[in-house]
Every structure is written in structure tokens, then in C-alpha cells.
Write a protein that binds this ligand. Structure first.
Ligand SMILES: [Zn+2]
Ligand SMILES: [Zn+2]
Length: 167
């Protein structure tokens, strides 16, 4: 049944979005869940290490970066961007708090397409499928290539609507 597949996707992505609401970084709220055989084995969100002031208390820890973007007309443009580096990313927290045996052959549902560092770690974590909702264009090309090289099923949940108030 094809409809069953979609229902599970929605169910687990909804949980990832619920987890993302726990994040205290106002710039980016990301949630991730680990699923093995339709069993939920872990939830995580981006945040500062436990016991140290988070973004809400201490403010975001911003770094500036220059990013090369290709415009619609094919021209390249250098864009200055700010990024908060105070938090451990949701995917990394998920890996810190789950067991290797639980990750073997498992699926990760994540609200946002993983950045390069997270994708690199997930590629070595045992998971065989990654499902995301929102695109993250910056690292898209190299992340997609890595997933192909590793044989990890990497897909965007298209037509999905996050639960009200979570996105
Ligand atoms: Zn922050
Ligand atoms: Zn990341």
C-alpha cells in the first residue's frame, strides 16, 4: 500500500517538528528523530551542551561567513551570512544519544536538510535512510553526492505540511 508509507513519513516528521520546538536558538530550530522498523528510538534538537547557557540566555554566538551563490541568471555572487555556532546540531545530538546498534539500517527524519558536517557524520553512523523537509541549499550538492556514494536513501518529503505552530 503506497498510502501507508506516506502516513508513517508524516507521523515521524511531525515528531521531528515537535522536537524542534524545544530548541532555544531563535535563528534556527531543527528537530531529528531516529526510527528503526517503525519504532521511535530517539529524538533530538539543536542546542547548547547541557548545563551551559543557551542562545536564549546568552544570545546566539554568531560567526560571519562568505558564501558563493549562483544566481538565477547563472552569475556567481559572494554573499555575507551570519550563522549561530553555539548549538550542537540536532543530527549530532541524535548521534550522541543513540546506540550504534539502534542506528544500523535505521531512518533519520530531520526537519531540515543536513549541513555538510552532519551529513558526513550521519554517513558514518549506520543509518541507511535520511528524510528531510526543508531544503538547505548551501551544502546540497556535496551532501547529495556523499549520500549517493554511501548508498544512503536520501529524500525530501514533498507536499508535507508541518504541524501548526512548529515551523
Ligand atoms: Zn543560536
Ligand atoms: Zn548540521
Amino acid at each position: 500500500m503506497t498510502s501507508l508509507r506516506k502516513d508513517w513519513d508524516t507521523y515521524f516528521m511531525d515528531i521531528a517538528f515537535m522536537a524542534s520546538t524545544r530548541s532555544r536558538c531563535s535563528r534556527r530550530r531543527v528537530g531529528a528523530v531516529l526510527v528503526q522498523g517503525k519504532k521511535l528510538l530517539g529524538t533530538a534538537y539543536n542546542g547548547a551542551p547541557s548545563g551551559v547557557p543557551d542562545c536564549e540566555e546568552a544570545g546566539c554566538m554568531l560567526v560571519e561567513e562568505y558564501e558563493l551563490q549562483v544566481q538565477d541568471n547563472g552569475e556567481e555572487q559572494v554573499v555575507k551570512k551570519q550563522r549561530c555556532v553555539r548549538t550542537i546540531h540536532a543530527e549530532q545530538n541524535l548521534l550522541l544519544f543513540t546506540d550504534r546498534s539502534d542506528r544500523e539500517g535505521a531512518t533519520v527524519y530531520v526537519t531540515d536538510q543536513p549541513c555538510w558536517t552532519c551529513a558526513n557524520m550521519l554517513a558514518n553512523s549506520g543509518v541507511t535512510e535520511i528524510v528531510y523537509c526543508r531544503e538547505y541549499k548551501k551544502d546540497q550538492d556535496k551532501v547529495s553526492k556523499l549520500m549517493k556514494q554511501k548508498g544512503i536513501h536520501f529524500r525530501q518529503l514533498v507536499g508535507y505540511e508541518p504541524p501548526a505552530g512548529t515551523a
